[in-house]
Structures are given as structure tokens and as C-alpha cells.
Design a protein around this ligand. Structure first.
Ligand code: R7I
Ligand code: MG
Ligand code: MG
Ligand code: MG
Length: 354
């Protein structure tokens, strides 16, 4: 169904943007402590009551780079590493103050200096030749899932390459692949069926098991764990089985919430899956709002984790079109959206749905 898929594509982009903007005020709020709950509640109330001034919070590097990827696909109708590298670099030098990671500006500088001749080379020189394992490859990857919707193999390869323009460390690009696969699984899910969260995450773990096996030719950084994403996803699966949900502090201890791909991509996926059900202290019927609010409440790299969780969540709940999880409200709203004899059609649809 083309219309449904188009709506999901929009939802993915909007969910990612909204998570970035809403999460930004809390990014790095305090690395060790969770955000102040009163402050967070106050912020959420302001948002719900639309009291915030416009423009309130600008988007950050997460969205700036996501747009570069989307525009590169639209312009080239293919993955083109040089074009993407050029767009990242142009974007960075036009608006460098969007909160980029500490080390990635060096890549843009070197790319520009070499006139994009070897778009993967500067990234390989980061961190004394081990490459960055920051989450910058993952935070911007959503458009790859849309562009490569029809082929998982192309998706994996393109996600890896798009990440390697700045992130040569295998954790940097494997994190991008994981986030891309999560968006892709959400795109393929039937919105009429409840999502099977346990199956959603176990399929991701199986992918990472396979991918982390065939990394032998890559830069080896002895300081890091073997098959790290498999390990963290196994922990996330265990946390998801717990009822009631574990305290936020233990989620952060076990999954992390920092700027590394390993300590943020599985966390974002966990936020999305946890937010499929109501969560204590979060009053909303929208799965998207819940996922974003929960991600922010974990503190740390909030813009990025909320943006990644939002990209996955909005695909599933289609909140961009219908900001409700109530079947009745959705039926009435949909009937009205068709125009024409709206009172009668909505009334009849409502009578059946109610
Ligand atoms: O990954 P990157 O693009 O940063 C993205 C983050 C997101 O949260 C954005 O919202 C923005 O705030 O920044 O940028 P990098 O500079 O490649 O990596 C980010 C950080 O990860 C670095 O500044 C380092 O602190 C850390 N890091 C590493 N530290 C030690 N050794 C990444 N790779 C390494 C490493 O190999
Ligand atoms: Mg950011
Ligand atoms: Mg961030
Ligand atoms: Mg009428």
C-alpha cells in the first residue's frame, strides 16, 4: 500500500526531527544523573500546552546530517559517497554551531582539503587510526532505511558506507546498521497488528550476530569488547522481559546513554519497545510522545537517543497523521479527513468503532 508506506516514510523523518529538537535542551544535562524530574515535567507540560515560543529549539547536527543523506539520495537516486561527504562538509561549514561531536569536525576539514577525492580516508585517521565509535553514523541513518526499503542487503551495505564517511570504527558503522535495521523493521510492521517487541529485538540481535562475525578485515581496536552489540542487545532483551519496568537508573547502567554508538543505539531501540506500553509517570496516549519522553528521561545524549527512538516509533504509530492510539478517535478523525459529508460519515464510523 503506497499511501501507507508514504505516511510511514514521513513519520520516520518527522519522528527523528521531533526527538532531536525536544531532546536537545536536556543533552548532556548531567552525564551521571538522570534529568531533574520536576524540570522534565515542567518542560513536557509547556510542550503539551503549546506555551513554548517559536522558534523554540532549533534542530541539531543529528537532523542537519539526516537532511544531507536524504537530499543526497533525492539528488543522485543512488548512494554516492563523494556527494554525501560534500553535503556533510558544506552543511558543517555553513552552520558549525549545531552541537557536533568533539572530533568529527576534523573529518570535514580533511575532506574539504582533499576535495573529496577519497571520501572514506579522513574518517580512518580519527583517534590514531582506530576510527570514531561515536553515534554520529547512527543518528543520521534513517533515510537509508527508506531509500533501501526493498533490499536488506543493500540497506546494510549503504548504512555501513554512509557511516564510514565519518565513522570508520566498526562500532561506529555497526551502530548505524543496527539503527537502520530497526527503522526498516518498523516500516515493515503491520500497523493494524500489535508489534511483537520480543521478536523485533531478537531479529535485530540475530542480524548483529552475523554482522559482528564478518568484521575481521576491519580496523581492530583491542581496547573494545568482542561482538559488543550482540551483548548489549541480549541485555536489552532481558530488561524488556522485566515487569514492572526496571528503574531508569538500572537501564542507564546496563545500556548506557552516552555519545558512543554502543551506549546509545540499543538504548534508543529499548526506549521505543518499552514505550509500546504505558509507562509509569508518562501521561500520553501517543506511542511517539511516550518513546521520546522516556528517552529524554534517561538523560545523557538525549537529542540523539530521542531522535533515534522517534524515527522508529513514528513509523509504527503513524502519529504524524493521527495523534491518538484510540481506535474511536482515529476512525472519526480519518472519516473527517476524507471530507464531503463528514458529519454523517464520521458519525456512522464512530457508531461502529465506539
Ligand atoms: O559521533 P559524532 O558525530 O558525535 C555525535 C554526537 C551526538 O550526540 C550529536 O547529537 C552530537 O552531540 O554529538 O562525533 P565524534 O566526534 O566522532 O564522536 C563523539 C565523541 O565520541 C568523541 O568526541 C569522543 O568523546 C567519543 N569517541 C571516542 N573516544 C575515544 N576513542 C568516539 N570515538 C572514540 C574513540 O575511538
Ligand atoms: Mg545533536
Ligand atoms: Mg546528541
Ligand atoms: Mg451530513
Amino acid at each position: 500500500d503506497k499511501a501507507l508506506l508514504a505516511s510511514k516514510f514521513k513519520g520516520c523523518m518527522v519522528g527523528s526531527l521531533v526527538g532531536d529538537c525536544l531532546g536537545e535542551p536536556f543533552e548532556h544535562d548531567d552525564w551521571d544523573e538522570l534529568p531533574n524530574e520536576a524540570q522534565l515535567d515542567d518542560y513536557i507540560q509547556q510542550l503539551i500546552q503549546s506555551k513554548v515560543k517559536v522558534p523554540y529549539k532549533p534542530y541539531t547536527d543529528d537532523t542537519a546530517m539526516t537532511r544531507c543523506i536524504a537530499n543526497s539520495f533525492i539528488s543522485k537516486q543512488a548512494f554516492d559517497a563523494k556527494d554525501m561527504a560534500r553535503r556533510f562538509t558544506k552543511e558543517f561549514f555553513a552552520e558549525p554551531r549545531r552541537g557536533y561531536g568533539g572530533s568529527v569536525p576534523a573529518v570535514f576539514g580533511a575532506l574539504r582539503k582533499s576535495d573529496f577525492e577519497q571520501p572514506f580516508l579522513p574518517a580512518r585517521e580519527q583517534f590514531n587510526g582506530t576510527g570514531s565509535y561515536g553515534n554520529g553514523g547512527a543518528m543520521r541513518v534513517a533515510p537509508v532505511a527508506l531509500f533501501c526499503y526493498n533490499s536488506t542487503e543493500a540497506l546494510i551495505d549503504t548504512a555501513r558506507q554512509s557511516a564510514r564517511i565519518t565513522h570508520a570504527h566498526r562500532e561506529g558503522y555497526n551502530g548505524a546498521i543496527l539503527q537502520c535495521l530497526a527503522v526498516h523493521q518498523a516500516l515493515q510492521a503491520d500497523p493494524a497488528q500489535p508489534l511483537d517487541g520480543a521478536r523485533f529485538i531478537s531479529r535485530l540481535r540475530e542480524h548483529m550476530e552475523r554482522l559482528e562475525k564478518c568484521d575481521e578485515d576491519e580496523i581492530v581496536d583491542a581496547g573494545r569488547l568482542e561482538a559488543p552489540f550482540q551483548k548489549v542487545l541480549t541485555v536489552a532483551e532481558e530488561l524488556l522481559r522485566r515487569s514492572p519496568p526496571p528503574a531508569r537508573g538500572s537501564v542507564v547502567d546496563l545500556l548506557g546513554h552516552d555519545v558512543t554508538a554502543l551506549s546509545s543505539v540499543p538504548t534508543a531501540i529499548y526506549c521505543f519497545l518499552r514505550a509500546l506500553q504505558p509507562l509509569p509517570g508518562i501521561q500520553t496516549e501517543s506511542g511517539l510522545v511516550r518513546a521520546i519522553q522516556y528517552a529524554i528521561s534517561l538523560g545523557g545524549d538525549t537529542d540523539t537517543i530521542a531522535s533515534m527512538a522517534g524515527a522508529i516509533a513514528d513509523v509504527c504509530v503513524l502519529c504524524i497523521v493521527f495523534q491518538t492510539e484510540s481506535g474511536l478517535v482515529r476512525a472519526v478523525q480519518y472519516a473527517i479527513s476524507l471530507g464531503g459529508d463528514t458529519d454523517t460519515i464520521a458519525s456512522m464510523a464512530g457508531a461502529i468503532a465506539g
